[in-house]
Design a protein around this ligand. Structure first.
Ligand code: FPP
Length: 237
């Protein structure tokens, strides 16, 4: 694997799609697909950390996912609760830092409190940052940034002409993170589904037919190798 600095992978973002179809193929309830998908989260996080990736951002629950049947929302929130309280401690042992992006005020108070606790507990870790997007929507994030800037202008803290790409980025959940080098979406769908719309401006896109519960570290390594072989020009010739 090349370690060319210009192309080094510092951030991989993933849309983990296909849990439902994975379960359906096995005549299992959708909840089993999510459960298996959550196992893949741990496996891929471990592998990404070993590969020396700085940031791994996973789309665990979108703002639109609140519209799924209550039973499925409850399953996903239950899994998250369980992971926050126990399974993620293994990641902490592996020196992984954990953070969350999304609308926390939408979440049950105990989940929001566990998230904060986990972020604090892992803040001093020096390995990869695992960033979980929970109750996350990119348009909501961008509208929120615009609102905050408008309020700073109104208060006189900044002037209109101070608003540039850097300042706008600083108003996003991802403010101290590099933009993703790579976006992966599993399960054959080719959409962004309101994910990191601002941050993905120059990311290389990879669409895999693998259903998320079947996604293995080797496929991540293959994608990273292909990334190294692509040439990124950032609009230049
Ligand atoms: C898409 O599959 C996946 C989701 C909506 C949620 C992703 C959640 C997990 C991987 C598990 C929970 C994560 C943690 C961190 C505890 P889908 O249901 O849309 O699949 P389908 O398109 O095949 O129906």
């Amino acid at each position: 694997m090349s370690t060319n600095q210009k192309n080094r992978v510092s951030h991989v973002a993933i849309i983990m799609d296909g849990n439902g179809r994975w379960a359906q193929k096995r005549a299992l309830p959708r909840s089993m697909g999510h459960k298996q998908g959550a196992e893949t989260v741990k496996e891929i996080a471990r592998a990404a950390n070993e590969l020396g990736i700085g940031f791994l951002t996973l789309y665990a629950f979108s703002t639109e996912n609140w519209n799924r049947p209550k039973e499925e929302v409850d399953t996903l929130m239950g899994l998250l609760r369980q992971y926050l309280k126990s399974d993620f401690s293994e990641l902490n042992k592996n020196n992984i830092r954990i953070r969350f992006i999304g609308e926390r005020e939408m979440l049950a108070p105990d989940i929001a409190a566990s998230m904060e606790q986990l972020e604090n507990e892992t803040a001093a870790n020096t390995g990869m940052t695992l960033c979980l997007a929970v109750s996350y929507g990119a348009r909501q994030e961008i509208a929120g940034a615009a609102r905050r800037l408008a309020s700073l202008v109104k208060k006189g803290d900044i002037s209109e002409s101070d608003i540039d790409i850097k300042l706008f980025s600083d108003m996003l959940y991802t403010k101290d993170m590099p933009d993703p080098d790579i976006l992966i979406r599993t399960s054959g769908e080719k959409r962004l589904s309101n994910y990191l719309l601002w941050q993905l401006a120059y990311s290389e896109m990879f669409f895999s037919d693998t259903l998320w519960p079947d996604f293995k570290p080797q496929e991540l390594r293959d994608i990273i190798n292909e990334f190294y072989s692509r040439e990124r020009r950032y609009g230049k010739v």
